[in-house]
Design a binder for this molecule. Structure first.
Ligand code: PHE
Length: 390
């Protein structure tokens, strides 16, 4: 009787993940109310994500994906007998905040590895700090090519934008049968600018014409000037490589100016808030993404079920990739049998991991080669359209 109760309590405790976000400074502190009954010190992992600000749905999904992975590992006994403790930092979508957050996690929380961050421009600010300290980082979702080129401790769990741009261009040219496109992007953001360039180059290579290539300032909310120029050039499609909050406004303003053609974009569209901001204007829009919850593979359906049970809403691509990045990192630490940064990096390099978003094996630049999906906004919902293999 007594043993059974002790075992039950143990199971309950090990199933917990200690997770917390401090206010103000954007970091963390996680004060476990109950210590795991183990003599092993915990394995402390940092998670950097935009928990507040313009792209806050990205941060929430990322936190939840990492949290689910850690809870599952802890329920099975942790990594080599050590419980995982996640320490959050809020980068607020801002490179300076991200750099401050990761510095705090390294110096005060003594993290041994880091998951995050979401947006390429912020990952580019935190990666050099982790590289200098030889602490491995996996960005779940930063697709800009430059991110992993920072150094050999920097990995990602997603495809990169030259692939994403090619997939978008091929969809526009081959499937939608369009030949005249224009691009609109954020001039101060490596991801949106790089992705627009990748789309442009690929579309021209296929035989299409780019009739407009317009930049808007970071933080803009009025896109009428750029859209007027673009619409006057007569595109059949506008490629919008921004994040969801800008995309919603851009589509609305373009429709108000009388534009009736197609909208297409990249993974930055992925948020339930896109339709809330863009309303009818985003209906019929397409975007390339990493994951669809409608994918019938059993590992996807198991993840969708567990995630929905825990958080009350189905996962988006950011949640899936954070779950994958966290599992990949925990698996590497487990195989390394060490929390030494170099040992974890070496284990990551040879990873061959069946993730929810596809199998992850790294190339020489620590990028996985993975398929993309095309999503259509239909009836206000994201609907799966196609999978495109690399
Ligand atoms: N790919 C984007 C970037 O690099 C981030 C992102 C990924 C946003 C997936 C939404 C969904 O900045």
């Amino acid at each position: 009787m007594r043993t059974a109760r002790v075992l039950l309590i143990f199971a309950l405790i090990t199933g917990l993940v200690f997770f917390g976000v401090g206010c103000g400074g954007g970091t963390t502190t996680t004060t476990p109310t109950t210590q795991p009954p183990t003599t092993q010190p915990p394995t402390i992992i940092g998670v950097v994500a935009p928990l507040t600000g313009d792209s806050a749905t990205f941060g929430k999904s990322t936190q939840e994906g990492a949290e689910l992975a850690a809870a599952e590992w802890n329920a099975k006994g942790g990594i080599n007998g050590s419980q995982i403790v996640l320490k959050m930092a809020d980068d607020k979508s801002d490179p300076t905040e991200g750099a401050a957050g990761i510095t705090r996690l390294i110096e005060q929380e003594k993290i041994v590895a880091e998951i995050g961050t979401v947006q390429s421009k912020v990952s580019l600010a935190i990666a050099p700090i982790l590289q200098a300290k030889k602490i491995p980082m996996i960005s779940p979702t930063s697709t800009n090519e430059k991110v992993t080129l920072v150094g050999d401790f920097i990995f990602r769990a997603c495809f990169i934008d030259n692939f994403q741009g090619v997939v978008g261009a091929a969809f526009a040219y081959d499937n939608l049968k369009l030949t005249k496109a224009a691009c609109l992007f954020d001039v101060g953001n490596d991801y949106t600018k790089g992705l627009a360039e990748n789309f442009r180059d690929a579309f021209i290579k296929l035989g299409g014409t780019i009739v407009g290539f317009e930049a808007h300032p970071t933080g803009a909310t009025d896109f009428n000037a750029q859209l007027t120029t673009i619409i006057a050039a007569g595109p059949e499609l506008i490629y919008i490589s921004d994040y969801y909050n800008d995309v919603g406004l851009i589509c609305k303003q373009a429709r108000a100016l009388g534009y009736t053609g197609f909208f297409l974009g990249g993974d930055g569209w992925d948020s339930a808030d896109l339709v809330k901001i863009g309303g009818d204007a985003v209906e019929g829009g397409f975007f390339t993404n990493h994951f669809s919850k409608d994918d019938t593979r059993p590992e996807v359906q198991a993840f969708v079920k567990d995630y929905t049970a825990k958080f009350g809403a189905p996962p988006d691509a950011l949640a899936a990739l954070a779950y994958d990045a966290a599992n990949l990192m925990f698996d590497a630490i487990n195989r390394a049998k060490s929390t030494d940064g170099t040992a974890i990096r070496d284990a990551l390099k040879v990873a061959d991991f069946k993730a929810v978003s596809g199998t992850i094996k790294f190339d020489a630049n620590r990028n996985p080669i993975k398929a993309a999906v095309i999503i259509e906004i239909k009836g206000g919902q994201q609907t799966y359209k196609a999978t495109v293999q690399p």
